[in-house]
Design a protein around this ligand. Structure first.
Ligand SMILES: Nc1ncnc2c1ncn2[C@@H]1O[C@H](COP(=O)(O)OP(=O)(O)OP(=O)(O)O)[C@@H](O)[C@H]1O
Ligand SMILES: [Mg+2]
Length: 452
């Protein structure tokens, strides 16, 4: 493979000269007239080496160096500086440049410097293959995460994938439950067999039954021919029962039988059908609570909960937010053909402290909107909806003994209510429930503290 070199200079003559020189010496070349152009080439082609002039319009060499050494540390940068500005060269080296070339340009010197770096790079590349193989072990397609809980979860997924045991994935809405279900299937030896998803919450009971188990012709009005159910379609593979917490008692019973015996009848049919299907179920409901209320069968719960997997909410893995942000920026830049470079520090601070009731899906949606609408290339707080910023009054509470006990307790109570409201996405009913107080009590407290 040829070493790829990106040359950045606003002077066309110099650019042409160097391009010809490197092509003659067996390099693959790219050229750019300024920093912004360079960044877009880097994103598409990720060159091995970049040679850049300092003084350029739009985005100058030093700025470009800043971004590249932070975002693309693997690219070796050589800066070109005008004669007599050795201080600038030193500054560039401090910022991460590998080398510098002084003007006026001496072609043999340029080639020699690049050659040395290219040799080093090819050594590094040999190791890269091995490194990639290691990284793949922890990477499941497009699941981003370096947080400790997530790494543990990836390990668990890997182990679980080796078995055919039933898995119950729990977690708030938008945390990535479906992604995890995919990862389990595609890392298992069932990967070449079907992965069939059923959303149990969207179908009425009778429809769900025929969807899962199929039906025979004439089983009900509209059943004009035999139809295979999802369980049969998933034979040999995996069935993903999403929103399992929402199924009716009758369906719970039928499901229990499939799990226990691996068999069922089609709706209206008499033949008993046997299947080999791995079951992965997911829910964001609190099944223990549903069980206590008598809404979810205990025996089914235990059958499903053989291997529980808990996907943590985003606010418990805030350190992954910058990683997710750049993952989604890349994704939406590609999708919408945009070139958003980054989220600025202030906005990132807010994104990292927001409580994310809709978790990763919410983050993904906000970034999609921001990428589409942004015109400056850098996302700031103006690109995000005001509630991301507003819902973050600091929670401070000082015990000031000059105040009465009642006053202090009230102040504390107010903070608790505000926090709970934020965490429940300002849903009053749910917040009251979470706090374990009656709705009317909760409403009167809101009134008392002037919370609207
Ligand atoms: N770790 C992650 N890395 C990258 N993308 C993620 C990650 N987790 C979730 N996503 C993305 O967030 C969105 C929501 O994920 P997913 O549908 O798996 O969530 P869920 O838990 O099933 O949500 P719900 O309970 O609402 O069905 C998807 O677009 C998914 O690709
Ligand atoms: Mg889902």
């Amino acid at each position: 493979m040829k070493t790829r070199i990106l040359i950045v200079d606003d002077e066309v003559d110099a650019l042409d000269l160097m391009e010809e020189l490197f092509q003659k010496n067996g390099y693959e070349t790219y050229t750019a007239r300024n920093g912004l152009e360079a960044l877009s080439i880097i994103r598409d082609h990720e060159p091995d080496i970049m040679i850049s002039d300092l003084v350029m319009p739009e985005m100058d060499g030093m700025k470009l160096l800043d971004v590249v050494s932070k975002k693309y540390p693997d690219i070796a940068v050589i800066m070109i500086t005008a004669h007599g500005t050795i201080e600038t060269a030193v500054e560039a080296m401090k910022k991460g440049a590998k080398d510098y070339i002084l003007k006026p340009l001496r072609l043999d010197e340029i080639v020699a410097k690049v050659e040395t770096i290219a040799q080093l790079k090819s050594l590094i590349r040999e190791n890269e293959y091995l490194r990639e193989k290691l990284a793949k072990k922890y990477k499941f397609d497009n699941i981003v995460g370096k947080n400790k809980k997530m790494l543990e979860l990836f390990e668990l997924v890997k182990d679980v994938a080796k078995t055919s045991s039933t898995v119950l994935i729990r977690g708030e809405s938008g945390t990535g439950k479906e992604l995890i279900a995919h990862a389990i299937h595609f890392n298992s030896d069932r990967a070449k067999k079907p992965f069939v998803k059923v959303n149990c919450a969207v179908l009425a009971e009778n429809l769900l039954e025929s969807e899962l188990f199929g039906h025979v012709k004439g089983a009900f009005t509209g059943a004009i021919k035999d139809k295979l159910g999802r369980f049969e379609l998933a034979h040999g593979g995996t069935i993903f029962l999403d929103e399992i917490g929402d199924i009716s008692p009758n369906m719970q019973l039928k499901l229990l039988r499939v799990i226990q015996e691996g068999e069922f009848e089609r709706v209206g049919g008499t033949e008993t059908i046997k299947v080999d299907v791995r079951i992965i179920a997911a829910t964001n409901r609190n099944l223990e609570e549903a069980m206590q209320k008598g809404e979810f069968r205990q025996d089914l719960y235990y059958r499903l909960n053989v291997i529980p997997i808990e996907v943590p909410p985003l606010r418990e893995r805030r350190d992954d937010i910058p990683l997710l942000v750049s993952h989604f920026l890349e994704k939406f830049n590609r999708e919408f053909n945009k070139q958003i470079q980054a989220v600025d520090d202030e906005a990132m601070k807010y994104l990292q402290s927001y409580h994310w009731p809709g978790n990763i899906r919410e983050l993904e949606n906000l970034l999609e909107r921001a990428v589409v609408l942004n015109k400056t290339g850098i996302l700031t707080i103006k690109d995000f909806p005001p509630y991301v910023v507003q819902s973050q009054e600091p929670e401070t509470f000082e015990i000031d003994t000059n105040r009465s006990l009642n006053e202090l307790v009230d102040a504390y109570e107010k903070q608790i209510i505000l926090k709970a409201l934020r965490e429940n996405n300002f849903n009053k009913l749910r917040t009251a429930e979470k706090l374990g107080i009656h709705r009317s009590t909760f409403m009167s407290k809101l009134k008392k503290y002037g919370i609207t």
